[in-house]
Write a protein that binds this ligand. Structure first.
Ligand SMILES: Cc1ncc(COP(=O)(O)O)c(C=O)c1O
Length: 416
């Protein structure tokens, strides 16, 4: 069991109020809060050894390089990468996926090749592939989503076939909370000679993730959703694939020898990190990994399952107008719960909850095709949990939702 009281003390923002009410932060799928250790690590870099990396012989630069590369080691180790040379620092999940699209997919795919996605993808794992398809002539295919909100694998052997060159799916859905059977997909993809990319934006922060165990070829995630700063994230690439990839951006850092007319590329992963990197953010991500590891990712996941289960049970006490999306089986769902009521538009719900100090997300959650075409609503409200959330906060959420329902029911009655 996590000592949530002690954990909450590590997050200065959690003691603030919003409209005079204690903050209840339930928008963790969008971004997480940061512990003091991460904030202090970033401040320490700027106060004590701010300098550029990999290029100076002076003490500050060497210290910055040491901390920067130590952060890479920590992050690589955290996701079970065989070594740190296959962990590229990127701006986040979105940039990681774009890097794979530019550096691997565009040079390797051609007309008629198939890229298999699912219907529950975030725009970050959809639009880059739409662009790859436009450029290369490859075709996008989609694994359907069932009524329950899980992937429909019934026709998988038809969907993963000899034309499939890449399967790219989300590990955990940011809308439905569903944890997808990605290892099974990896095996099926490899059986036909395809590669598999995992959008791990919602899994790496919340559960033990081991790239070798998952047998994936690419995996991207964002620091800001796992207690770290914005502007940094990781892209793992299987070493045998990394060797074959083209540079992503070009300029300083990514080169070895340069003449007026040509250049040779630096070793991995530096070849994919053109320009001055986000040094403070990378080191801050390293501190976030330290914090999560001090708790233990099994404990992080256990807490998420417990609080999500509690929330699902308590939310059932709301009026029958509410629809909840995603699987009920807690073993295949993460800590994001999306819901919808015809009675109160999600944006109104969000505004009323905000007045109570409760932060949730409303909208299409950057998964417009899933929300509009599959769930067939214009928007949903979403509460999402992390290590510092308590059952009492869930109770406050339920109470505020009941209040919103009352306000709108009375308003309708008045209008009749
Ligand atoms: C499943 C999923 N994929 C990708 C992203 C994009 O992450 P980022 O904006 O950090 O690049 C998000 C962010 O919400 C997400 O939830």
């Amino acid at each position: 069991m996590l000592d949530i009281k002690a954990i909450r003390k590590d997050f200065p923002i959690l003691s603030r109020t919003v409209y005079g009410k204690p903050l209840v932060y339930l928008d963790n799928a969008a971004t997480s809060q940061k512990p003091s250790s991460v904030i202090e690590t970033i401040t320490n870099y700027y106060q004590n050894y701010n300098s550029n990396v990999h290029r100076g012989v002076h003490a500050l630069s060497m210290e910055a390089t040491e901390h920067y590369e130590a952060a890479r080691e920590k992050v690589a180790n955290f996701i079970g990468a065989p070594d740190s040379t296959c962990l590229i620092f990127v701006r986040g999940t979105t940039e990681g996926i774009n890097l794979v699209a530019s550096s691997w997919a565009i040079p390797n795919l051609g007309p008629g090749d198939e890229i298999l996605l699912s219907e529950m993808e975030h725009h970050s794992n959809l639009i880059p592939w739409q662009r790859v398809a436009q450029i290369t002539g490859a075709v996008l295919k989609f694994i359907p989503v069932t009524e329950e909100g899980v992937l429909d694998l019934e026709n998988l052997s038809a969907l993963i076939n000899n034309r499939t060159k890449l399967v790219s799916v989300t590990h955990v859905s940011n809308v439905l909370g569903t944890i997808n059977p990605v290892k099974e997909l990896a095996r099926k993809a490899h059986n036909v000679g395809a590669l598999i990319m995992l959008d791990a934006a919602q899994s790496v922060p919340h559960m033990p993730v081991n790239v070798q165990d998952l047998e994936c070829d690419f995996l991207a995630f964002s620091s800001h959703k796992m207690l770290g700063p914005t502007g940094i994230g990781g892209l793992y690439v299987r070493p045998s694939v990394l060797k074959t990839m083209q540079p992503f951006q070009s300029g300083g850092e990514m080169v070895k020898e340069v003449t007026f007319t040509s250049a040779s590329w630096n070793d991995h992963p530096f070849q994919f990190e053109a320009g001055t990197p986000s040094i403070s953010a990378s080191i801050g991500l390293g501190a976030a990994v330290d914090y999560l590891q001090s708790i233990g990712m099994d404990e992080v996941r256990n807490h998420e399952m417990a609080i999500t289960q509690y929330a699902l049970e308590e939310l059932k006490h709301l009026s029958e107008d509410f629809i909840f999306y995603g699987p009920n089986d807690i073993s295949i769902r993460g800590g994001a719960i999306s819901f919808y009521s015809d009675l109160v538009h999600p944006h109104d719900l969000g505004t009323i909850l905000d007045q109570e100090g409760i932060a949730i997300r409303t909208g299409h959650h950057c998964a417009m095709p899933l929300v509009r075409e599959r769930l067939k609503v214009s928007a949903t409200a979403r509460a999402s949990f992390y290590i510092y959330n308590t059952e009492s906060e869930v109770d406050q959420l339920v109470k505020a939702l009941k209040k919103a329902t009352r306000i709108f029911t009375n308003a309708y009655k008045k209008n009749i």
